[in-house]
Design a protein around this ligand. Structure first.
Ligand code: HEM
Length: 207
């Protein structure tokens, strides 16, 4: 039988996920504060970039996990996980804007336009903003369920853009191993949705 937590257990799971998701940030901040990384800027840009990608993948994995396991309650974690993807993307962007450009907007935008892998990352980040802003219950009501759902499908564009950004960055070093792994994970998670939507449509057409 599928595990179905009581409201109390669900609150506990949510708190646990919240603190676990915050740990990478606490660890990175602690190490930088201690002066451990030789190149703190690189350490922070890479660490926050990695965690943005991990949380995008984890958020995309919620629906497949729910469908395959029957754990309908995991959907209640999705908003928090998505907001963590935005949180790490924001840190990633701020690290770049602060340490690479010392908050010089014109210089930062020039860099965004000049380096294609950064252009792609920037587009992915900008697309994440409306999702974060409309993540509250009040915004779901204001937009209406259907419009909200359509808007949040932007995640299907954002995740591949994140992969492209990562791929492009690693291409400069001829190192494709990790982009291939993450590209395959995102492709699988998206392909499952396409398959289920196809089955639903053909099933509905037959009924
Ligand atoms: C959804 C948005 C984004 C995702 C998923 C993402 C992900 C990543 C990942 C995985 C890396 C490689 C980390 C590693 O080497 O292990 C990276 C590197 C990098 N990202 Fe992003 N990124 C995003 C947005 C951005 C934005 C908005 C900017 C700046 C405008 C940016 C600038 C960079 C830079 C400069 C690096 C290279 C760091 C280095 O060479 O040391 N990224 N990103």
């Amino acid at each position: 039988m599928a595990f179905n937590p009581t409201p109390k257990q669900l609150t506990l799971i949510k708190s646990l996920v919240f603190f676990l998701a915050l740990l990478p940030f606490v660890r990175m901040a602690w190490l930088v504060f201690q002066g451990v990384p030789v190149e703190p800027l690189e350490f922070l840009t890479r660490g926050t970039g990695d965690w943005t990608l991990y949380f995008l993948c984890i958020t995309l994995a919620v629906t497949p996990l729910r469908r395959l396991s029957g754990w309908n309650w995991v959907i209640k974690l999705r908003r928090m996980l998505g907001l963590y993807a935005f949180f790490y993307a924001l840190l990633h962007f701020v690290t770049f804007f602060w340490f690479d450009h010392f908050f010089d907007i014109a210089g930062m935008l020039k860099d965004v336009v000049r380096r294609p892998f950064i252009t792609v990352g920037f587009i992915a980040f900008v697309l994440l903003i409306p999702l974060a802003v409309t993540s509250t219950n009040a915004m779901v009501k204001r937009l209406g369920g259907k419009r909200w759902l359509w808007l949040h499908r932007l995640i299907y564009v954002i995740a591949p853009l994140g992969i492209l950004h990562f791929w492009w960055m690693k291409a400069g070093k001829n190192d494709f191993q990790e982009p291939i792994i993450f590209g395959a994970i995102v492709a699988l998670l998206l392909a499952m949705r396409v398959y289920w939507s196809y089955v639903k449509k053909t099933g509905a057409a037959r009924a």
